[in-house]
Design a protein around this ligand. Structure first.
Ligand code: MN
Ligand code: MN
Length: 399
């Protein structure tokens, strides 16, 4: 009986230890990754993970601002809750930490700039109030915060191919934003003033199993807006577009080891994060040849992987860049003999092709062909097979 009791107590302890860790990693706001591997370990106050039902973030205690804030946005997040305008300290921070309050910003000339916007969390009063916790706030130059930054926030809630469609009815978004660089500190000394604000938004059609639906053709919008008077409130957000690679590179200069969207395969990240968004373009990408092939390891596939680009009137488009990317870990391919990713410009007939060679281990994998701004890729399924073993039967000479 005692042993059973002891076992039960141990079991409860184990469950109590495991469940909070799982609850955090299971947050939809971290589904595409935890960019700095932040944890709730208070011995690392400059990479301190806070997960709420409304968003997840990593707090930088010395700087009094988040390193990044990450949230999923869908139609169900929008509702009748009014903007509470109720800035307050975040009591999830230990009491002896740098608990920034709204008065740190008073008279500074900087806005208390939301990372997860108030307007993205209006389903309930509690949801809206969570966006006013000071760990979700950075100093933003007013013209930037109220101009292009707000304009991307607004258009993200109406990001549809057709502006007459109700907000977010067709899309769901995974958004990460944060500060970069250093312009000094607010007068209280508690808060670093970043040199710019950045944001990356991955756009998916509404659906299930989001991680599996992300391809090299998924739309990824990234912006970086300087925190200075060069930015005008009338500026369009589009003029501040950049790549996630550029954001990651600038953050690494800051000494911030950050990898956005690190739950995606390195090869998908490589294509998406190099791309600068150019908006939804009226192209179609169609398959010409080579979509299902087999080849022995170290041999070329027989047919080129071939696609055609046409405009909205179905006319072939030349000089469009098509990216072919070989994906998969158990097996792989070289494209035209040298790389797993290749950019090819369409010819006068709107066509782009590459030859693929089977390398790596036997198995199936895919090559995706995609264009900037075209959010349906062409997918080729290629299979590496083992070299065939040829069996020579002994030749028996009958007398
Ligand atoms: Mn704002
Ligand atoms: Mn990344």
């Amino acid at each position: 009986m005692r042993r059973i009791l002891l076992t039960l107590v141990l079991l409860v302890l184990v469950v109590a230890l495991i469940v909070p860790a799982q609850a955090q990693s299971a947050s939809i706001h971290l589904a595409l990754g935890n960019p700095t591997a932040a944890t709730s370990d208070t011995t690392h106050p400059n990479n301190f993970l806070i997960v709420r039902p409304q968003y997840a973030l990593a707090y930088h205690n010395d700087d009094g601002i988040p390193r990044w804030v990450s949230w999923h946005l869908e139609l169900a997040d929008l509702g009748p809750a009014p903007r509470c305008d109720c800035f307050k300290i975040d009591t999830l921070l230990p009491a002896n930490w740098n608990r920034v309050s709204q008065s740190d910003y008073t008279g500074s000339g900087f806005d208390r700039g939301h990372m997860t916007p108030s307007e993205d969390r209006t389903a309930t009063d509690a949801d809206n109030e969570a966006t006013f916790l000071m760990t979700n706030i950075i100093p933003q130059q007013p013209a930037a915060n109220r101009g292009p930054w707000a304009r991307l926030e607004d258009s993200s809630r109406t990001l549809t191919p057709d502006s007459s469609t109700p907000a977010l009815a067709l899309n769901e978004l995974y958004i990460v934003s944060g500060p970069v660089g250093n312009l000094g500190r607010l007068a209280s000394g508690n808060v670093r003033i970043p040199a710019a604000s950045w944001k990356a938004e991955l756009v998916l059609p509404v659906g299930e199993n989001d991680l599996e639906r992300i391809t090299t053709a998924t739309r990824l919008i990234a912006i970086r807006i300087p925190n200075n008077s060069v930015v005008l409130q009338s500026d369009a957000w589009e003029q501040y577009r950049t790549s996630v690679d550029a954001i990651e590179a600038e953050l690494s200069l800051d000494g911030s080891n950050i990898d956005l969207f690190n739950a995606l395969s390195p090869k998908i990240q490589r294509v998406l994060e190099a791309r600068i968004d150019s908006g939804p373009l009226p192209y179609t990408l169609t398959l010409l040849a080579g979509d299902q092939q087999q080849a022995a390891v170290n041999s070329p596939f027989g047919t080129p992987l071939s696609v055609e680009v046409r405009d909205a009137n179905h006319q072939p488009l030349s000089a469009v860049t098509v990216v072919f990317a070989a994906l998969g870990s158990s097996a792989d391919a070289w494209l035209t003999g040298n790389d797993t990713q290749l950019s090819v410009t369409t010819d006068a007939n709107g066509r782009a092709s590459v030859m693929a060679t089977a390398i790596g281990a036997p198995g199936s994998y895919r090559v995706e062909a995609s264009i900037d701004g075209v959010y349906t890729p062409v997918v080729f399924t290629l299979t590496n097979t083992s070299p065939q073993i040829q069996v020579y039967l002994p030749l028996v000479i009958r007398p």
